[in-house]
Design a protein. Structure first.
Length: 226
């Protein structure tokens, strides 16, 4: 009888262990800011288990999650972000927004979240949380005077890195909701419908191709839940 009981107990323990192992699920992710700069040492907290891991030197992380779960990603100087996951989620990409003001940049660099301080200082961001975009009549008025060194010419071109050539265009590349668009869209975009404007001034803009060499204006519009 004891032998049967022990055998049954061992079988039950093995079954529970194997079941727990089978249910173990991992999600890989990466945390960046300004779409391309890795955020190092950001905290990634799993809601179900309260587990906290930090991103590595490339902004990557790996966490154990439940079938449906929520991740909270935070770093000093940045707005924290919540990410929902389900049984189909395998990879998560989080782009943290830097808080407005020089203090946030000091935190980002001083705490080691962003290794390349010069690169970060070559970027600028403005969100509808910082400034009421609805007070502007058009996108040119919104951008004009709000970003240091950025000029708006009479023909509608936005100049970020100065006049590079007499014959070739020095106009910045315009990206709206991830799509490269013509400068003329600035005449039709309504500021009140815009969520954020990012300006990339340095060499990292080269990820957008040869036109990115003149700098990039990245515009994100509001979605239904914003």
């Amino acid at each position: 009888m004891k032998t049967r009981f022990l055998s049954a107990l061992i079988f039950l323990i093995c079954t529970v262990t194997l079941s727990s192992t089978a249910q173990e699920r991992f999600v890989n992710g990466i945390v960046t800011t300004f779409d391309s700069i890795a955020v190092v040492g950001a905290d990634v907290k799993v809601k179900s288990s309260k587990q906290i891991v930090q991103t590595d030197s490339l902004g990557r992380f790996k966490v154990n999650v439940a079938a449906t779960d929520k991740l909270n990603v935070s770093a000093k100087g940045f707005n924290s972000q919540n990410v929902k996951t389900d049984e189909k989620t395998k990879i998560v990409a989080v782009n943290l927004k830097l808080k407005p003001g020089e203090k946030a940049r000091e935190y980002a660099i001083g705490y080691g979240y962003v290794k390349d301080g010069e690169r970060l200082n070559a970027l600028a961001q403005m969100t509808n949380d910082d400034v009421d975009f609805s007070q502007y009549t058009n996108m040119y008025d919104l951008i004009r005077g709000r970003f240091a060194g950025v000029q708006v010419q009479s023909n509608g071109d936005i100049i970020i890195r100065g006049q590079n050539s007499i014959n070739l265009s020095s106009a910045a590349l315009i990206i709206v909701d991830g799509m490269q668009v013509d400068n003329s869209i600035m005449n039709t975009l309504v500021p009140a419908q815009v969520k954020s404007v990012n300006v990339i001034k340095d060499g990292s803009s080269a990820i957008y191709g040869s036109r990115g060499a003149n700098g990039v204006v990245i515009i994100e519009t509001k979605k239904g839940n914003d």
